[in-house]
Design a protein around this ligand. Structure first.
Ligand code: SAH
Length: 395
């Protein structure tokens, strides 16, 4: 096995079990590992620190897997990690009202670069590191043994893969090609999931409990669901007796699926409108028209892809939330989210305080939203925490 030696003074994060080693922390590589190869990471005094995947194309040159020198990172190691992650999700699926969740969440489940989402009897995977790419035959075999899915589809995200010098993929890895719409249930609501054409791996299962928590307030209310995608917040609110819901998204495919989902759940009779538009444009239009709502959801895509983008992103979040606040009836609710890992909850609260000032409103934070337990945050890897939200009462 090839040794990779750290520069002096760069051991601390590794000793604290952080799974990333940046290329700038490496003093030398004793040999020529191919990308994805498992190497031994040594401290500057040549002491063993950990085993990890090597990749010289990535800023994160080593992704650490195992800190115990006696434990080999072999097939059995990967199988154990997969089994443990899957077992940890059992209770989410137990009562039968939900059959979709994230089974494996990359570094947070000790498998850097591997994401596996379950959609009823189908699995969608994203493979984002070359090391994990090499391990895929074993991973696929273990997933098949454990879960016997009808299909395993690779839905790897292009940008992340390019950082590791990997090609984009969108291919069937095992089983039969999933149908165009895979039927799943979440919180007792049915959804059609388009794994191959949909965003991410097809569905945003990280909002499962937040959709339900918000729906508790929706009975008899008028709601505006911005960045609705296929209708997670919309459908939970309709189920709980919302008086009307308007869903806005820029994706025609997302809205088509949303309308199909409304039919699937027999909510056809409900007051619902789907508007294909840029949310920023549509909110201004609502303002001109004098429209008002009791509840507004703002669940935008990631505005801050990195810490350096945080200032710009904060301004974008502030503007969006200001517009939202101005469209609420007095005492109405704003459910606002940020899935930017670079923005922490404290910063997000600050952004909302600024938005309230600009909007000429007063805001009370009445509930905090988080990512659910199938997107765990590993104590040694705070970067895994990304989704946060606030339920605000706006006066
Ligand atoms: N709330 C959704 C997930 C939102 S994901 C759910 O519960 O499933 C973000 C969504 O924002 C995507 O559907 C994307 O199509 C949409 N989107 C991105 N930029 C947009 C914009 N400027 N205007 C409207 N929709 C946008």
């Amino acid at each position: 096995m090839i040794d990779v030696v750290l520069k002096k003074g760069k051991e601390k994060a590794v000793l604290h079990k952080h799974p990333w080693v940046f290329s700038g922390a490496i003093e030398n590589v004793k040999g020529k590992p191919v990308n994805g190869e498992i190497i031994r990471l040594l401290g500057n005094k040549k002491d063993f620190l950990a085993y990890g995947f090597y990749n010289d194309q990535s800023r994160v040159a080593v992704r650490l897997l195992e800190w115990n020198e006696e434990v080999m990172v072999d097939e059995a190691w990967f199988r154990t990690k997969v089994r443990e992650a899957v077992a940890g999700r059992a209770h989410i699926l137990e009562d039968g009202t939900t059959d979709t969740c994230r089974l494996i969440f990359s570094e947070s489940d000790y498998l850097p670069g591997l994401i596996v989402d379950k959609y009823a009897d189908h699995l969608a995977v994203q493979v984002l590191t070359s090391g994990m790419q090499n391990a895929m035959p074993v991973i696929i075999d273990e997933l098949n043994t454990l879960l016997k899915p009808q299909s395993i589809f690779d839905k790897s995200d292009a940008t992340s893969r390019s950082h590791e010098g990997l090609e984009t993929t969108n291919v069937l890895l095992s089983g039969n090609h999933p149908p165009e719409l895979v039927m799943v249930k979440e919180n007792g609501i049915s959804y059609g999931i388009n794994i191959a054409e949909g965003q991410k791996s097809g569905f945003y299962c990280d909002q499962r409990y937040n959709r339900q928590a918000l729906a508790n307030y929706a009975k008899g209310k008028t709601m505006l669901d911005c960045f609705s995608y296929t209708g997670g917040f919309t459908l939970n609110a309709l189920k709980n007796g919302a008086a009307s819901v308007t869903s806005v998204d820029s994706s025609a495919l997302a809205l088509e699926t949303l309308e199909e989902n409304i039919r699937l759940n027999k909510f056809d009779g409900a007051e619902h409108a789907a508007i294909k538009s840029d949310v920023n444009v549509q909110l201004r239009k609502f303002k001109e028209d004098g429209a008002k709502f009791d509840i507004i959801v703002l669940d935008p895509p990631k505005y801050a892809p990195s810490r350096s983008a945080l200032d710009r992103a904060s301004r974008a979040y502030k503007d969006l939330n200001r517009l939202g606040m101005q469209l609420l009836n007095s005492g109405g609710l704003l459910a606002t989210f940020s899935c930017s890992g670079a923005m922490d909850m404290e910063t997000f609260k600050q952004v909302l305080a600024w938005a309230a000032l600009d909007a000429g409103k007063q805001v009370q934070f009445i509930y905090q939203f988080h990512q659910p337990e199938d997107h765990p945050v590993r104590a040694s890897f705070p970067e895994g925490e990304y989704l946060k939200g606030l339920l605000c009462r706006v006066w």
